[in-house]
Write a protein that binds this ligand. Structure first.
Ligand SMILES: [Zn+2]
Length: 232
């Protein structure tokens, strides 16, 4: 492994372990904000180093740094979740947790340096079921008009790049540029995208937020969607 990456990895382990100490509800808000700022700086360092190894065409090092970037993002997401809960913003907290889960899973996929993350992913999954009530998810069935590979820009499926695999520090995703039509929306228990969820329900004329149970001034249930639909 590239020497500068090995050196950075040592700092990464120190700082990320230290910041994980603040991933608890009881920790002081300002300490959590401080940890989030330290992770932001660490991410920037990882990114600058990644650009450097890319210029040296060191793909293994670039993919290792991508994995570390994703782990840093996952930790930032978890801290943001705790902070959002303290701000009484349950919807944002949910989104931060789902992003952290996605980033941790991707970090595990893109390079063996993230191979120890099973326990952390399990921790995030436990947070999902202990901090939030069970959710109903929506899965859109759609006809895709145009989708391209994020690595080379070719029509998706026509090149050799594989979705979820890393290439020179970048993970291949399918960019959906145009949806020809949405055929149906199904309610599912295990969706591809946990951002796409039913956020409110109406009973006897009263509409409530599913996460907070607060009455909201709407008279129809809503399905919240996100950019994940167009970039999976
Ligand atoms: Zn491609």
């Amino acid at each position: 492994m590239n020497e500068s990456v090995v050196k950075f990895h040592k700092r990464f382990v120190e700082i990320s372990s230290d910041c994980q100490k603040f991933c608890f509800m009881s920790r002081a808000k300002e300490q959590q904000e401080d940890a989030r700022n330290r992770l932001h700086e660490l991410y920037n360092e990882a990114h600058i180093l990644k650009l450097d190894v890319i210029s040296q065409k060191d793909e293994n090092a670039a993919n290792a740094l991508l994995s570390l970037e994703l782990i840093i993002q996952a930790l930032q997401g978890e801290l943001n979740m705790w902070l959002a809960l303290k701000e009484d913003d349950a919807s944002a907290a949910w989104d931060y947790l789902v992003d952290a889960q996605r980033d941790a899973i991707n970090a595990l996929k893109v390079h063996p340096i993230g191979g120890h993350l099973d326990g952390y992913i399990q921790h995030l999954n436990i947070l999902e079921i202990t901090l939030f009530p069970g959710q109903m998810f929506a899965s859109p069935g759609m006809i895709i008009g145009e989708a391209t590979c994020s690595i080379c820009g070719e029509e998706f499926g026509e090149c050799d790049h594989l979705k979820g695999k890393a290439y020179m520090g970048e993970m291949c995703i399918r960019n959906i540029n145009h949806v020809a039509s949405v055929e149906e929306v199904s309610i599912v228990e295990n969706p591809a995208n946990k951002h796409c969820r039913i956020t409110s329900f109406t009973e006897k004329g009263v509409t409530r937020d599913i996460l907070t149970w607060r009455v909201i001034k709407k008279n129809t249930a809503k399905i919240e969607t996100s950019e994940q639909i167009v970039a999976d």
